[in-house]
Design a protein around this ligand. Structure first.
Ligand code: NDP
Ligand code: OXD
Length: 312
């Protein structure tokens, strides 16, 4: 079987690792205007494929996403809905995501945003007291592969943690779960920091808006590491202006790279990072995809098959 490969931003290491791991199977690197036997391609391995990537791939059965989130693939106009989509699970991202979120939570809890502004003004004013982690609750929207690892790290660091999911989940001891729309108000009311780790779906697009911010305690801090389209940008700016929120750490944006004229770049209460909260690791990604390929060849169902009806 032939596998068509495209990984945006790959420096060659992902391509080389897949070529070695697939052995007998042919890996074709997708290049613009390159001719190859499209009929022989039954599977593709991709991250951010270009617009015409899927053109003419009439026998395509499987797409392996080199990412945890598959919103861009689900929305890709060239990808037929009957093609089975398999995503990465963790692949080294859980640990990195937990570190990133912990940094943001510490930033909020220890008032580093305030001290950063004071430093700019050479202003030596001591804080209003240090709130212990045990009195600084953090909530995570999403109790999936990454959300649960973030939750465990924050819990280990002494923060009370709540997680929100669509369906009831078995959670590790000490972590409170809230489910569905009815569970959201009490989670929000108990959040000094709100972390978004949801997949982008019809239900979750634009969820981080004025109405949701209004249900958080005054002065709460937002961390968005999921997708830019979860956030209504103007509503965040308004919530910072009226001090409903004290700050935000954002890794993902409606348009990436974040356009130079975007107000987030210069906002004193917003920290911007370039979609770097967590990167999939080459070794784990290749092992996981090749394991899934072999499972499918044996007629088994691999982990990470996307349910298109729920959108993740
Ligand atoms: P999972 O699919 O494992 O987890 C998703 C979680 O969200 C599940 O708990 C799910 O609920 C919950 N959920 C989905 N829809 C709803 C809803 N409508 N209401 C309430 N809860 C909902 O995903 P991962 O943890 O692997 O990844 C999460 C996202 O993180 C990715 O989709 C991607 O967008 C983002 N990401 C960002 C990275 C970065 O560098 N910034 C890197 C990697 C991922 P249930 O448990 O009931 O299914
Ligand atoms: C992902 C990402 O979804 O990097 O894996 O955003």
């Amino acid at each position: 079987m032939s596998y068509l490969f495209y990984c945006h931003g790959d420096n060659g290491s992902m391509l080389q690792a897949f070529t070695q791991a697939l052995g007998e199977d042919e890996l074709i690197q997708w290049l613009p205007d390159q001719s190859f036997d499209k009929a022989a391609v039954h599977a593709a391995i991709v991250w951010m494929p270009p617009e015409h990537f899927f053109d003419g791939l009439d026998n395509l059965e499987y797409v392996f996403a080199l990412a945890a989130g598959v919103d861009q693939l689900i929305e890709h106009p060239g990808l037929r809905s009957e093609v089975t989509l398999v995503r990465l699970q963790d692949a080294g991202m859980g640990i990195q995501m937990a570190e990133y979120v912990l940094y943001g939570v510490l930033h909020a809890q220890r008032q580093f945003g305030l001290f950063r502004q004071q430093q700019a003004d050479r202003n030596w004013t001591r804080g209003t007291g240090i709130c212990p982690a045990s009195e600084f609750p953090v909530s995570i929207l999403g109790a999936g592969v990454l959300g649960l690892q973030v939750a465990a790290r924050l819990h280990d660091n002494g923060y009370p943690v709540r997680c929100w999911s669509r369906t009831a989940r078995q959670l590790p001891p000490g972590i409170i779960g809230e489910v569905g729309e009815q569970g959201l108000p009490s989670l929000l009311a108990n959040s000094r920091v709100l972390v978004c780790l949801l997949p982008l779906t019809d239900e979750t697009t634009g969820l981080l808006n004025s109405s949701l911010f209004g249900q958080l305690p005054r002065g709460a801090f937002l961390i968005n590491v999921a997708r830019g389209a979860h956030l209504v940008d103007e509503d965040l700016l308004a919530a910072l202006d009226n001090q409903q929120l004290s700050g935000a750490l954002l890794d993902v944006f409606h348009t990436e790279p974040l356009p130079p004229e975007h107000p987030f770049w210069n906002h004193p209460q917003i920290l911007v990072t370039p979609h770097e909260a967590a990167n999939s690791d080459v070794k784990h990604s290749v092992e996981q995809v090749v394991r899934s390929i072999r499972q499918l060849q044996r007629g088994e169902v691999p982990v990470g098959v996307v349910d298109r009806t729920r959108g993740y």
